[in-house]
Write a protein that binds this ligand. Structure first.
Ligand code: FEC
Length: 311
């Protein structure tokens, strides 16, 4: 016999979403084509991206880590099934929706493995879910958690990672440590439409700095797209140059906009930014991403339970 609450839980579920990542080098072209909304990349762009994946070992841990996060979340919110859907590759969001429909899910909370809202990121995941619902003639009632950039558990978990990275510097370096917080750049035109992305990012940084008592920090965008239009700056590499010119010798980078150690962190910071500083006598360390950190699943569980309670 199931209690009424257990009965309700059987028709309620969580959709955990992330960007998506090719499983091997041969999947890069169709993956990249999807990111470019159906336009195939030029041979030069394809070669450049293939080179980046090859440099991090041929594939990214993004899916593996998202699945691990889903598993720990499932353990935290016993009773609700967690479905995983990716925006740009398998397992697709549309596959998750088909599975949810087949399982008789009627209400769901959607959350993305990205803390900051933008019309060019989180809103696109929501659109993707809506299109998938149309495709499968599904009418699951979705409630989306659109941002969680100022939540204590996220801020405190990041502070823990920054504290771990501080220990990679010697005592003298720690006294003069400069902090750079980063996130994925987006086209600058989002500012004109009042997109909250940049402000939410700065709020995250200010909360971390305030709690840690750090005053020597700045924010930079990274991973700007290879397109003609202007992307949000300043770019991480420019900011690194400015710091070199000022004589800064120890820099701790923390990518607050990313949750997982994936391509954009493993290549753009661990390889590209490091190479950029080679021969410049600067000690750079990066705070590890949260990945499947238990405080993150605790936060997701809390936010999801609150949403279900409000339905
Ligand atoms: O590890 C992996 O295999 C995948 C890593 C990955 C994540 C990610 C997250 C975000 N992106 C965001 C915005 C854009 C915009 C464009 C764009 C392009 C790419 C390309 C790759 C890529 N992104 Fe990404 N992104 C990841 C990977 N991204 C690869 C294509 C090559 C390149 O430009 O580097 C430009 C699209 C266009 O051309 O029209 C815009 C944002 C996030 C953070 C939120 C999220 O995770 O969804 C914002 C992870």
């Amino acid at each position: 016999m199931f209690t009424p609450m257990e009965e309700t839980k059987k028709t309620r579920a969580v959709l955990l979403m992330a960007y998506g990542s090719p499983n091997n080098l041969s999947e890069i072209e169709p993956y990249y084509t999807d990111i470019r909304r159906g336009r195939k990349p030029t041979p030069e762009l394809l070669e450049e991206l293939t080179g980046r994946y090859a440099a991090i070992g041929g594939s990214s841990p993004l899916l593996r880590t998202t699945l691990a996060q889903a598993k720990s979340l499932e353990a935290q919110i016993a009773g609700y099934k967690i479905y995983v859907g990716m925006r740009h590759w398998t397992p697709w969001i549309r596959e998750a929706i088909a599975e949810m429909k087949a399982d008789g899910i009627t209400e769901a909370v959607g959350i993305v493995m990205a803390p900051h809202y933008s019309s060019m990121s989180i809103a696109k995941y929501i659109e993707n879910v809506e299109k998938a619902q149309e495709l499968h003639q599904s009418d699951i009632k979705f409630n989306f958690i659109e941002s969680w950039h100022d939540e204590d558990l996220y801020i405190d978990a990041l502070i823990g990672k920054i504290a771990e990275a501080q220990l990679k510097f010697n005592e003298e370096e720690r006294k003069h440590l400069h902090y750079i917080f980063t996130a994925h750049s987006l086209p600058e035109r989002i500012l004109a439409i009042g997109d909250p992305y940049k402000n939410q990012l700065l709020e995250t940084c200010a909360l971390i700095a305030g709690k840690m008592g750090i005053s020597d920090w700045e924010f930079a965008f990274q991973s700007a797209g290879r397109t003609e239009e202007k992307w949000l700056g300043p770019d991480l590499l420019e900011v690194l140059d400015e710091n070199v010119n000022k004589g800064i010798k120890s820099i701790l980078v923390c990518s607050v906009g990313f949750i997982i150690d994936h391509l954009e962190v493993m290549y753009d910071i661990d390889i590209e930014a490091r190479n950029h500083l080679a021969q410049k006598n600067v000690h750079l360390e990066r705070a590890r991403s949260l990945n499947d950190h238990p405080m993150l699943s605790q936060l997701f569980a809390q936010l999801i339970e609150e949403r279900f309670a409000s339905l």
